[in-house]
Design a protein around this ligand. Structure first.
Ligand code: XMP
Length: 520
């Protein structure tokens, strides 16, 4: 087992941003884990953190019944950073006072550093002044710091926006350094991890690979594993990883759902089968998926129907191979988080990703999800480390339920065909104009709303294609890509001219949040 000894523990009080704290720490190549705030004291001790971060959360410490950090957090002698609710519970538990704000503070704030301490030392605004542009989201605030603490930061609305007890290495911030809206947030977290907790950057792709291989070997032993290959990056990386860890004990199955883009199945399977010599069983189930989706318009219902059919198919396939004991899935951390299936269970569900949520009891296989704790970019690094070609590793992600969630309303062969054809044009033009690699994900969405147009001299009353293109690092938040107008014009003209049955093309200019990346 090669998990680095220098690791950070994040205790989750239920903030939607908690995964971003982990994201920011892992970006520094420092290992960290998120656990529920009520992690047993014995487990906290055994984890032996070099530092602890207390996350934000939706509750208020002004009520006695709400969450508190285990006492041991403040007794271990390691540095502690409280963020938002984490700051408030630190204040309350160590003898300070927290009250409800008369004016709640959400959004940007301009904060002044009054005492830099080790946490904010050398951090300034662009002009070199001791100011921070921070993202606030709180209803309560600290009115009085605990004994031994000093105030390190204020904003016009929040006189105690940060506090510290430098002797004990306790620090706390009312704002969220983990969100990219806080301009100097990354630097602040880096200082905490590097300068205060003294963690070296040892969580590298090589290290992750060693760790994963050891874990898989130990878990699986001599048993056989069935892997559901989707054609996407995650399951392709997983196939390469499992192949390296257990070789011939792996059997890959690729199901053609009929919901893929034209290129997905070819490139991934070719790389695995031809270049890595992994055997792949192909099953064509496109008719079954279409039938299962018939009449369904609700996004969650679609996901369920697809998930259930996948399980059914794998169940049937596994009975052909009685020596198989495990079903491997390429679930990654953001799938888990967005389904609120985090190990902590403290956040609210956004949408259910079909590959999260366990397996029915009827499936006699054990579930193996080695990528479950990894973020997307860690999965990509792992793919490169395993020798997969960069163009495969860095291709835009494609969701498990495929085009079914990009055809709004009922999924019919005709509508899938339209969105697929439009998508080919979009991808071609993005690559041709060197924009594919500059953005994180782009795709077409079929809208079952008709609008009027004129093709030649004839009136056309036909559905619409929406284009979604985004830039993001972690897919948890995203900005719509500011593609050049000329490029959008070319794409739009081509789709309307070449895809018969589309009257209009629109561009999605919504950020995440509040909009999600996929439309369903
Ligand atoms: P959302 O729409 O949740 O998308 O903002 C975030 C990222 O996840 C992908 N996505 C999925 N991937 N199964 C998957 O494997 C799913 O059900 C699913 N839904 C969304 C989406 O394409 C984006 O990259």
């Amino acid at each position: 087992m090669t998990i680095p000894q220098e690791r950070i523990l994040i205790l989750d009080f239920g903030s939607q941003y908690t995964p971003l704290i982990a994201r920011r720490i892992r970006e520094q190549h420092v290992y960290c884990e998120i656990h529920p705030y009520d992690m047993p004291e014995s487990q906290i001790k055994a984890f032996a953190p070099k530092g602890i971060i207390l996350s934000g959360g939706p509750e208020t410490v002004t009520l006695e019944s709400t969450p508190r950090a285990p006492k041991i957090v403040f007794e271990l002698g390691c540095p502690v950073l409280g963020i938002c609710y984490g700051m408030q519970t630190m204040a309350e538990q160590l003898g300070g006072k927290v009250v409800a704000c008369s004016n709640r503070e959400f959004g940007y704030a301009h904060a002044q550093i009054t005492e830099p301490t080790e946490l904010l030392k050398e951090i300034t605004d662009k002009k070199g002044n001791p100011y921070l542009d921070v993202w606030m989201s709180h209803g309560d605030h600290v009115e009085q710091v605990p004994p031994e603490f000093i105030i390190i930061l204020n904003t016009p609305n929040t006189p105690i926006a940060g506090m510290a007890d430098p002797k004990r290495n306790f620090y706390a911030l009312q704002f969220h350094p983990e969100v990219t809206h806080t301009q100097q947030g990354k630097e602040i977290l880096e200082r905490f991890v590097d300068k205060i907790c003294d963690c070296r950057p040892s969580w590298t792709a090589h290290n992750i690979l060693e760790h994963e291989i050891a874990e898989i070997k130990q878990k699986v032993g001599e048993e056989k594993v069935l892997l559901a290959l989707s054609g996407g990056v995650d399951s392709t990386v997983l196939a390469a990883l499992l192949h390296k860890a257990i070789g011939k004990q792996l059997l890959c199955v690729f199901v053609n759902t009929g919901l893929l883009r034209t290129t997905d199945k070819d490139s991934a399977i070719q790389a695995l089968a031809d270049d890595m010599n992994i055997s792949v069983v192909k099953i064509d189930a496109s008719d079954r998926f279409l039938k299962a989706l018939g009449g369904i318009t609700d996004p969650e219902e679609k996901r369920k129907a697809i998930g259930n059919l996948f399980v059914e198919i794998f169940e049937a396939e596994s009975t052909k191979h009685p020596d198989i004991a495990w079903l491997a899935q390429g679930t990654i951390y953001s799938d888990v988080i967005e389904s609120a299936g985090t190990t902590t269970q403290k956040a609210h569900a956004i949408k259910s990703h079909h590959n999260v949520g366990g397996l029915p009891d009827t499936l006699k296989l054990k579930l193996l999800e080695p990528l479950r704790e990894l973020f997307k970019d860690e999965v990509c690094q792992l793919g490169l480390e395993l020798g997969l070609p960069p163009e495969l590793v860095y291709k835009h992600p494609f969701p498990g339920p495929g085009l079914a969630i990009r055809v709004l309303g009922e999924v019919t062969p005709k509508n899938i065909d339209l969105v697929r054809k439009a998508d080919v044009i979009l991808q071609e033009e993005l690559r041709k104009h060197n924009h594919y690699d500059k953005i994180s994900q782009a795709f077409c969405v079929f809208l079952p709303v008709k609008s009027v147009g004129v093709i030649g001299d004839a009136r056309q009353y036909a559905p619409i294609i929406a284009i979604r293109a985004i830039e993001t690092i972690d897919f948890m938040t995203a900005r719509w890509a500011h593609l050049p107008y000329a490029l959008l014009e070319t794409i739009s003209n081509r789709i309307i001219n070449e895809v018969a049955g589309i009257s209009r093309v629109v561009y999605d200019v919504s950020g995440k949040p509040p909009a999600t990346i996929e439309w369903e």
